[in-house]
Design a protein around this ligand. Structure first.
Ligand code: UDP
Length: 287
């Protein structure tokens, strides 16, 4: 296995336990530059996923999603590899269909602050599909809904890591807007299991997108209350403005993943949050 990362948001210590493995190799490389290595499967996950990080340099984010995906597709074409693209629930934008099935085309602002990510990921899906139709490249597209779990960065900027670090360090939680907006959070082990199953899926419709997410919808206020309760911290809120174009709700319809991959998430939010908070707590203690 060859792991490629430019370490913009990742850190080497996250793969410490793999570095000594005889079948594991790490390459520091940015997918915006072409690459040629021998491989038979490509899991293309490259791109910052937190709004704070992907909006830091939006042009670079589009490059990563479009030029980076083009480079990975060229690699797949040249070596005959199958490629799995980690797309996103962001392709649905601020959805007017709820929950979202894969057949929904979305409601996305092409010139908003999230466009570098969501339009970039939409274009990447188009590129994959056209490489499949034009060049016969074997493609898989997973639309991931808000993954979380141990080893997220303290400064990741997404909601679960923010609330966990704030509650553990005695700070009020930063709730954006009135906190009534919803998301669905999928524990990382379940997401990875879904990706591996999709990569190996062989059905006729295998090149179609598949939602990978947990259907349990939760408001940001409920999430903040849950995290404070697990930590044993008082529920204190620092209200901040709702960011522009922040989707009001989001929930995956996972009928396709259930039927085709036999996949559904196993980890309930409360159990996943406990594991994630325990990991943050240990790292804070060792800082
Ligand atoms: N959010 C919040 N406080 C934070 C960070 C995020 O209330 O400190 C909200 C944000 O406005 C959004 C939701 O939590 O409605 C999920 O945000 P995140 O950045 O984790 O993911 P995304 O918006 O990309 O789904």
């Amino acid at each position: 296995m060859i792991c490629v990362d430019n370490l913009f948001t990742g850190v080497r210590s996250n793969i410490r336990q793999l570095l000594e493995h005889e079948h594991f190799e790490f390459l520091r490389h940015d997918v915006v530059q072409p690459m040629l290595i021998d491989c038979d499967q490509i899991y293309h996950l490259a791109c910052p996923a937190s709004p704070v990080h992907y909006q830091h340099n939006p042009v670079k984010t589009i490059q990563t999603n479009v030029v980076g995906t083009y480079n990975m597709l060229e690699l797949a074409r040249q070596v005959g590899a199958r490629i799995l693209q980690t797309s996103t629930s962001e392709v649905y934008g601020d959805p007017v269909v709820h929950p979202q099935p894969e057949t929904y085309w979305g409601n996305v602002n092409p010139i908003g602050p999230r466009a570098c990510y969501d339009e970039g990921k939409r274009c990447a899906e188009t590129l994959l599909t056209d490489y499949h139709l034009q060049n016969g490249v074997e493609i898989r597209i997973a639309r991931i809904f808000n993954t979380y779990g141990p080893r997220m960065a303290f400064d990741d900027g997404r909601v679960i890591s923010n609330f966990a670090v704030q509650a553990l360090t005695g700070k009020p939680v930063t709730l954006f807007g009135d906190g009534q907006q919803t998301r669905c959070f999928c524990y990382v082990d379940d997401t990875v299991d879904g990706l591996v199953r999709l990569m190996h899926y062989e059905g006729d419709e295998a090149s179609e997108p598949v939602n990978i997410g947990h259907p349990g919808e939760v408001s940001m206020r409920q999430l903040a209350e849950m995290i404070c309760e697990i930590v044993g911290a008082p529920f204190e809120v620092d209200y901040k403005p709702l960011p522009t174009d922040d989707p009001r709700k989001r929930e995956p319809d996972i009928t396709r993943a259930r039927r085709r991959l036999g996949w559904s998430p196993r980890t309930e939010l409360s159990a996943g949050l406990r594991r994630t908070i325990s990991d943050f707590s240990q790292r804070i203690a060792n800082r």
